[in-house]
Design a binder for this molecule. Structure first.
Ligand code: 13P
Ligand code: SF4
Length: 353
């Protein structure tokens, strides 16, 4: 549905009043009604880099989810305040790794005698606590656009990787980009004693994958891929690496949201694409390229419900509050966690390439 014109005008007017004091970041999965007000759009990696791009702006409004706003708070200057228009915009994947569970897993690795040779690599989609844990233990953060480089860096440093919290990104990167076998990977289940693994299994593994996944990308199945290939025989299947391993191995291309956008933008007129990522993004791509066939990989609707919580009424409320001199929904990470999380984030930003 089209955005409410009154709210559009109020958001525009508030942005104009705030001028250079405001910097709005928007993730590619945000609604159209919100993304139109972003000063910068991007995937998680680009937004982490861009967060620090306006050091003079005291207010940073993050249209994305909680862990992204936390990272922005960690990476920006102390005088800058990061605002998440709806505090309920979390991420079910990030919630699958609680710090207590991860600390316990590290003890399990210690008991098995492998913690000293294990490097934690944590996906951006994790809480600031998990990023802090990663920094404290000499690891790095990664995103879907630099997971390969992060793993190469980690394996140059240690023998094993503890990959948090997305098992699919970890497995897909290790197997499809680093040439490991599925047998090199084990899955640590935080709901089972000792992760459901024996000490021998931990000693033999190279990739210790946390049992987490994205509920949005996890919905695409091998049947979706087969079904779309039958319906559109010359289709190119393009998916995000958060999808299951069998989906990624049966797709034609795989990459982060930024990669997906660039690939479809550069494709010739008349080409056909089935895209396996969040629906707001796929719909925008289809609208932007009426000369190409762009379909959603699944037949059902599949928005990220927490990304969608940032809507125009919440954005207008956050912006108008700032105009009135009130900061609402500030996201602030405590100093010690922020210090160690910054160590891990800086390590990611320093990865070669
Ligand atoms: P990227 O932005 O790194 O492609 O990640 C997708 C995602 O799930 C963000 O929540
Ligand atoms: Fe989290 Fe998946 Fe939504 Fe990204 S798309 S915010 S990983 S639930």
């Amino acid at each position: 549905p089209a955005s409410d014109p009154d709210l559009v005008e109020r958001a525009r007017a508030a942005k104009e009043k705030l001028g250079g004091n405001l910097f709005v970041l928007g993730h590619h999965y945000q609604r159209d009604e919100v993304i139109q007000f972003a000063d910068v759009t991007g995937d998680s990696f680009k937004l982490a880099r861009e967060a620090a791009a306006r050091p003079e702006a005291p207010y940073i409004v993050f249209c994305g989810v909680h862990f992204m706003a936390e990272s922005a708070d960690i990476l920006t200057a102390a005088h800058q305040q990061v605002i998440l228009p709806d505090l309920a915009a979390g991420c079910s994947m990030a919630d699958m790794a609680a710090i207590e569970q991860v600390e316990e897993a590290w003890e399990v690795l210690q008991d098995a005698g492998v913690a000293d040779v294990t490097v934690p690599v944590s996906y951006m989609n994790s809480s600031a606590d998990i990023k802090g844990f990663t920094g404290r233990h000499g690891g790095t953060i990664c995103t879907s656009s630099n997971a390969k480089r992060a793993l190469e860096w980690a394996f140059a440093k240690g023998e094993k990787v503890l990959f948090l919290p997305d098992q699919h990104l970890g497995r897909n990167t290790a197997v499809l980009q680093l040439g490991m076998s599925l047998d090199d990977c084990v899955v640590y289940d935080p709901h089972k004693p000792a992760g459901g693994l024996t000490a021998d299994q931990l000693r033999a593994a190279r990739m210790i994958l946390w049992r987490g996944h994205c509920s949005v990308h996890g919905r695409f199945t091998l049947e979706c891929v087969k079904d779309v290939r039958e319906r559109i025989p010359d289709v190119t299947v393009l998916v995000h690496p958060e999808c299951r391993h069998e989906v990624v191995t049966n797709a034609d291309l795989v990459g982060s949201t930024e990669y997906i956008i660039k690939t479809v933008d550069a494709a010739p007129a008349g080409s056909a694409w089935a895209v396996g990522t969040e629906l707001n993004l796929v719909k925008r791509l289809a609208k932007r390229h009426p000369d190409k066939t762009i379909v959603f990989l699944d037949r059902t609707v599949c928005f990220c419900s927490t990304m969608n919580r940032i809507d125009l009424p919440h954005l207008v409320w956050a912006l108008e509050s700032l105009v009135d001199g009130r900061v609402v929904n500030r996201i602030q990470v405590d100093e010690d966690t922020a210090h160690w999380a910054r160590v891990a984030l800086d390590q990611m930003l320093a990865l070669p390439g």
